[in-house]
Unconditional design. Structure first.
Lengths: 342, 794
């Protein structure tokens, strides 16, 4: 359906990566642009920022069932603005898109929702915090959250409890995305304990695990020559965590960035070049599902392996998102997101 | 060598340009008839596809309010938040254009023909200013709006964003219906818990636009197949002629040493080239026919179903390719037999033109068996057929079986006639006619099909019109109908009219659902108008008394048949159960209807304020009444319609409805006449050896010519006699099987002897005209040619 395709080209930063969509990378007329030295104000900043072009509430979780089976879970709400204002009614220039997924070792369930802002069908309020689209919601006070999503073939209902502080990427939450200076505001809550029930075709499954919630917003997150990204959120068995991403560029080079997070939430940011990520093996669709990830300054040299190679998000704009295992200098689990491969 | 052969073969046409003409014209006519019908069909179908794609009509379940009123937008959001995947639709009329507002992010399959890549701008589409998508014709009606032209848009419809449509239609915050998407999520809340005033209308209820219009297209398709059958007979005749007359040429060429293979290949190639030329001409003619018929088809569909079909014809590859395929395929089928015969012909065998006819005796047995089987199938289907497929199977087996049986029947009649003939001339006439029959049978079958279709369809059409006229008299009994614009006007009208009229009959209805069928419920005021005029198909005792008393309901035939409801059964309206006291005929209405008493209606549907009124009064007083009404209440005369003009409009709709049918009927008959002409021409040259003895024994050439003419007319008459019962059987199948399946009601069948007589005359006239020229040629055969028969005795 053309309207959707067209709209999504506007919509997703992921789409923008994938298709090199000009509107996102090049200009930001009318929209606010992230500035260095951000002063965050909570809970207000947990809410939507309609004067920025794009924004997301992005939760991924590594889960384990009682029998030890690993599962991955995703709940994402994207906001995309056609104009830098909140607006009201059908004319509100805010569009919303939700993605939900559950990954098992053998299956990958995906659902997508689209909605207009301004009529109450989707949105995010800061206080009390609620992010929702249709019947999917993420609601609570950020110390505890309840998260639900449903689709014809799966559903979940999860409770999250924060076990540590919010952490800020880049320069106190100002995350640079290219040598030309494109940047976003970016912070995370990587310390959620999560438990709840997955409803899958085989039945209800009680699960527990860790969840990682990303918050990011910007108006120009990419440079012209950047076509996709590979993003890693890794939780090591020693309690340390690491976020790293690699932006693919048309000139064959990459722009990398990483954040090291200690168990008590102290962060160290690493700029371009500190992290290297090297694809080791492709799946049947030529998506690299096995990586070597190195952050030498922290002694990290690990192999990252997809739990299910076919965690392809068959959404309007497709991408790969799924749980991974980590072995090598550090052991652990994590999540991998890859865009620009379709 | 090839060139010389070709020259020899083609020289035949130089010497007989008329034969070339009949060959090409026969092929072209057959193709034209076929492709014309196909063109009309393809065009109308394309329009519906566009409409269906635009509106998603009938494909999805829908949620609507029980009382038929719009729902607030909050209901939509509440349902979405409860897990219901629904998409809102708002629609209404703006300057005669149907404006449909959809929500592109949630609509299933998006918004049909609207393609933002071609001139659309999603930012603008979603902004309050908005874009509308419509075809050029529709755009003219909306000069002040930002209309993006899309030829695929449904006729008379403009699609836009729901926000824009709400603003344009003055329906801010309102939604008319919700499309229920396939694939609903787990754990969805119950509808009753979220929106208790909504009801689910299942997809493909018995009365959606697609299914209704399908029935009309099935009618057209039946005509298309009939024309194809007639066309194949003609092509066969034309090819047979071309080969029959060139047998001596083939014999000579082969005697001169030309290999058989070359002859066959060259003749086949030559025919294919002719078929291609004739096919192109035929498609062009078909386009002409379609262009002439299309405005009528559009009017027909709009009148019957309220479906908009644009009155313009586009050249669509599907139908001109199918037209060419028919020409080439028909030629190939017809020619393969003839070429096979040529290949089997002994090298120096005398070209015996009667060989084909002589072999017919053996074929007759096979043909008779086939005819018997098909007629048996038709007989069984008559009692068991229900549904459109069954109906058309019945029609097909009846028609083909009868066509195959025709030569056998005629042969029997002729044999019987020759037995009772006393004079020598008469005996010779019958015997000679019988002997000619195999050569003429294809043409006579074509005539039979054309005539019986004509009888059948005209019976159906006329029965329909008769029933419908009576029905209009019943249903449009009031002298004056007035539509008010608002509640205040309604009150003013009632106050003004009460002392000046016999009675005011409010016409109030609510859309609802009965037994899963979309139904309009009417609240009727107790008056003799209803008691006197309405005719019931089934009724309990005193249906009006109990209905006006509020205990019972009356339903139309459509609802009765589709929901399987009969007198004595009960239906539930707004939670109240009513027993059915009567079933009435409601012709031309696509959906179900139920009538309850005015008092009960007001209780069940308090939100509905009547804005249409029927006024019973002295017809003479109508003009004065209207003048005073406008002066006193401000209700303009343009809001009033008097009964006569409603009837005229309704009748004109049905008049136009069958114009297409009539036009196609005449065409088929003309084509059948052409088939007779060609068959007679074929026979005329071959028959000199049979006529020469009669001439030698003293009959004059003009006597022989006159007998030829009489023979053709007599055969047409016999065919007409067979065609009449066949046509009536066809009509019965159309009225009692096909019509019920397609429209949901059965029509009483009336007989129209005058029409049949006129049709018979037309058929005889066609046969006479077709025979005139061959007869004339026979009458002018030079005596030398006749003498040669004896000197060259073969």
């Amino acid at each position: 359906m053309n309207v959707k395709v067209f709209m999504l080209a506007l919509f997703l930063p992921i789409a923008a990566f994938a298709q090199g969509f000009a509107g996102l990378g090049t200009d930001a007329d009318g929209f606010s642009v992230p500035q260095p030295d951000p002063q965050f104000d909570f809970p207000t900043d947990h809410g939507a920022h309609p004067d920025y072009r794009i924004e997301w509430w992005y939760l991924t979780a590594n889960l384990t069932a009682a029998d030890g089976t690993p599962y991955g879970l995703q709940w994402t709400l994207f906001r995309s603005a056609l104009a830098p204002e909140a607006g009201e009614g059908w004319t509100a220039p805010q569009l919303w898109m939700g993605h939900a997924a559950v990954t098992t070792p053998d299956d990958h369930f995906v659902a997508e929702r689209l909605a207009r802002g301004g009529i109450g069908q989707a949105g995010v309020t800061a206080d009390p915090f609620e992010a929702w689209i249709d019947d999917w919601s993420l609601v609570g006070d950020w110390d505890t959250l309840r998260m639900t999503a449903s689709a014809p073939d799966f559903a979940y209902d999860m409770a999250l409890t924060a076990q540590g502080p919010l952490i800020f990427h880049g320069d106190d939450g100002y995350s640079v995305k290219s040598a030309a200076g494109q940047a976003s505001y970016y912070y995370s809550q990587p310390f959620f304990a999560i438990e709840g029930t997955l409803q899958l075709p085989e039945g209800d499954i009680a699960v527990t695990g860790n969840a990682w919630l990303d918050r990011e917003w910007s108006s120009q997150p990419l440079a012209d020559n950047q076509t996709g990204w590979d993003w890693f959120s890794l939780s090591f068995d020693d309690g340390n965590k690491m976020m790293g991403f690699r932006l693919q560029q048309t000139d064959g080079n990459n722009f990398t960035s990483a954040t090291w997070i200690t168990p008590d939430g102290v962060t160290t940011a690493y700029t371009d070049g500190a992290l290297t990520a090297t694809p080791l093996a492709l799946n049947d669709d030529d998506v690299p599902v096995r990586w070597r990830v190195e952050l030498p300054v922290r002694g990290v040299d690990v192999k990252v392996d997809a739990i299910n190679e076919d965690a392809w998000m068959t959404t309007s704009v497709p991408y790969w998102e799924g749980p991974v295992t980590v072995i090598g200098s550090h052991q652990g689990i994590g999540y991998l997101e890859m865009t620009g491969y379709e | 060598m090839t060139r010389a052969t070709l020259q020899a073969l083609l020289s035949h046409w130089w010497r007989n340009p008329l034969q070339l003409f009949t060959l090409l014209a026969g092929l072209a006519l057959a193709t034209a008839l076929w492709s014309g019908v196909q063109a009309v069909n393809a065009e109308a179908r394309a329009s519906y596809d566009a409409a269906a794609a635009t509106l998603g009509e009938g494909q999805y379940d829908r949620l609507v309010r029980r009382d038929g009123q719009p729902m607030p937008q909050e209901t939509y959001v509440a349902l979405r938040r409860a897990g219901w995947l629904v998409s809102p639709v708002v629609q209404g009329r703006l300057d005669g254009v149907r404006v449909v507002g959809v929500e592109p992010l949630t609509a299933p399959g998006g918004i049909g023909p609207v393609d933002p890549v071609q001139g659309g701008d999603i930012t603008e589409f979603l902004s309050g200013e908005g874009q509308l998508f419509a075809n050029a014709e529709t755009a003219l009606a909306l000069p002040d709006l930002n209309v993006i032209l899309t030829p695929e848009a449904a006729p008379g419809t403009a699609v836009t964003d729901i926000g824009v449509a709400q603003r344009l239609l003055g329906k801010l915050g309102q939604i008319d219906s919700l499309i229920v998407l396939p694939g609903q999520p787990k754990g969805r809340a119950d509808l009753a818990a979220v929106a208790p005033d909504l009801t689910l209308q299942p997809a493909q209820g018995g009365s959606d636009i697609g299914r209704l219009t399908d029935s009309f297209h099935l009618n057209l398709t039946a005509f298309g197949l009939l024309s194809f059958a007639v066309g194949i007979f003609i092509v066969n005749g034309a090819i047979g002629l071309a080969f029959e007359q060139r047998r001596p040429v083939v014999r000579t060429l082969r005697a001169l040493g030309l290999p058989l293979r070359n002859v066959v290949i060259l003749m086949g190639a030559e025919l294919m080239i002719f078929a291609l030329i004739a096919g192109v001409i035929g498609v062009a003619l078909g386009y002409g026919i379609a262009a002439l018929l299309l405005p009528d088809v559009a009017a027909t569909l709009r009148g019957l179903y309220g479906a908009d079909v644009s009155g313009t014809l586009q050249l669509r590859p599907s139908w001109w390719l199918s037209g060419l395929a028919i020409a080439l395929g028909g030629t190939a089928i017809a020619a393969s037999g003839a070429l096979y015969q040529i290949s089997k012909m002994p090298l120096l065998a005398a070209a015996q033109p009667r060989a084909l006819a002589m072999a017919a005796g053996r074929q007759a047995v096979v043909q008779g068996v086939f005819a018997a089987i098909l007629l048996c199938v038709a007989g069984v289907m008559m009692f068991t057929a229900n549904g459109l497929i069954g109906g058309f199977t019945l029609l097909a087996s009846l028609l083909i079986g009868a066509a195959l049986a025709l030569p056998l029947i005629l042969d029997r009649i002729l044999a019987a006639s020759s037995k009772i003939a006393t004079s020598v001339t008469a005996q010779w006439f019958w015997a000679d006619t019988r002997q000619q029959l195999p050569g003429l049978s294809l043409a006579l079958m074509a005539l039979l099909l054309a005539m019986s279709a004509n009888v059948g369809v005209s019976t159906m059409v006329s029965s329909f019109r008769l029933t419908f006229t009576d029905f209009l008299d019943q249903r449009l009994a009031s002298e004056l109908y007035i539509r008010t614009e608002n509640e205040a006007q309604s009150a003013a009208l009632v106050a003004f009219a009460t002392p000046r009229t016999d009675i005011i009959l409010p016409i109030q209805s609510a859309d609802t659902e009965v037994a899963g069928q979309p139904t309009e419920v009417y609240g009727a005021r107790d008056h003799a108008t209803y008691r006197d005029n309405w005719v019931f198909l089934q009724q309990a005792a005193g249906p009006w008394d109990s209905t006006f008393g509020g205990q019972t309901v009356l339903i139309n035939e459509q609802l009765s048949r589709r929901a399987g409801l009969n007198v004595g059964d009960a239906i539930v309206l707004q939670g109240t159960s009513f027993q059915i006291a009567g079933v009435y005929g409601d012709y031309g209405n696509p959906i179900g209807q139920a009538v309850i008493g005015e008092g009960v209606f007001a209780t069940l549907y308090p939100a509905i304020i009547p804005q249409n009124f029927g006024l019973r009064m002295d017809p003479v007083a109508v003009p004065d009444f209207l003048t005073d009404l406008e002066a006193t209440t401000g209700i303009r005369a343009t809001q009033a319609v008097n009964q006569a003009s409603i009837k005229a409009i309704s009748l004109s709709i049905f008049e136009r409805t069958f114009t297409v049918t009539t036009a196609l009927n005449i065409l088929t008959l003309a084509v059948a006449g052409f088939a007779i002409l060609m068959s007679l021409l074929t026979l005329a040259t071959m028959r000199i050896p049979q006529l020469a003895p009669a001439w030698a024994m003293g009959m004059t050439r003009s006597q022989i010519g006159r007998l030829e003419l009489v023979r053709a007319v007599m055969l047409a008459l016999l065919t007409a006699v067979v065609a009449l019962p066949l046509g009536l059987a066809l009509a019965w199948a159309l009225l009692a099987v096909v019509n019920v399946a397609a429209f949901g009601w059965q029509l009483p069948m009336y007989l129209f002897p005058m029409d049949y007589a006129r049709l018979g005359l037309f058929a005889l006239l066609a046969a006479a005209i077709a025979a005139l020229w061959p007869a004339r040629r026979l009458a002018r055969t030079p005596p030398a040619d006749l003498l040669k028969v004896f000197s060259n005795e073969r």
